[in-house]
Design a binder for this molecule. Sequence first.
Ligand code: NDP
Length: 304
Amino acid sequence: MTAQTIDGKARAARIIDAVKRAAEALRHETGTEPGLAVVIVGEDPASQVYVGSKARTAKECGFKSVKHVLGADTTEAALLGKIRELNADPTIHGLLVQLPLPGQIDEAKVIEAIAPDKDVDGFGLTNVGRLSTGAIDEAFVPCTPAGAMILIRDVVGDDLSGKTAVVVGRSNIVGKPMAQLLLAANATVTIAHSRTKDLPAVCRGADILVAAVGRPEMITGDYVKDGAVVIDVGINRIAAPEKGLSDDGKPKTRLVGDVAFASAAEKAAAVTPVPGGVGPMTIAMLMANTLTAAYRAAGKTPPG
Ligand code: NDP
């Protein structure tokens, strides 16, 4: 079987286009310009890249976009103070703190400090609770699983009744909310993790297999049922000596997912690539969530 490659980049571009038009309509009707604030603590290079691309896309959508860069030695109190300030700022509708945070700061405390109606990452307990109790329309759903779910719906359909789904990974930001979304769409869901016995056999039971593990190309064709839809959330940077050396003398690198694409594609009906699959959808969903927050703040019903 030759699997379909699910084009997350093109799908994300369509979402961003729709967000751009809806932002323009909101501005026209109410004068409200959606505002996204991203707070970053320290100089982690991967975080800098993510924050840069979030800010760029926000500008592309016609949003007000602000970035607050705090030093790596910032105290928890100073960060909480910045969050309080942004919570109170009426021009900011979406507020996120780039994770991970330096060790002196309690991440859970920081996430909980973000006002639930500005928590566009959907990591705070209010939004987690809404998602888990089925109040999905009121929740901000974490952007990566929300984006993955759109790709799944595109390929499989809105109602996953009778389908089995396996999510490999149980993190709060990907695995658990992914499982909640699949469950809400009526799939029969298994969450697998590092303590799962005979993972390949568990995965081979899946009509929909989501890999959110953080292990380069771990999910090979041996884990994939014939005709399954495989969603690769993983983003792993690995050495690519075949590309030669960088200026610093170290081997160049490349991005790979948690799925061994070619091997999985021999069995699957459809697979997301890395890059160009779930990654671009994550940023698109952040824009969609920020737009929703701005519509709500303006007393308007957000577009679907
Ligand atoms: P975490 O490290 O928080 O969670 C990884 C999960 O995988 C854990 O539940 C862990 O199990 C499980 N796991 C680890 N090793 C194995 C194994 N050998 N067998 C089975 N399960 C295993 O990662 P995240 O959820 O934050 O991210 C997962 C991946 O998704 C990463 O590659 C990350 O870079 C990527 N990512 C991509 C995003 C995007 O925009 N596309 C956004 C966020 C993340 P246990 O709980 O037992 O330890």
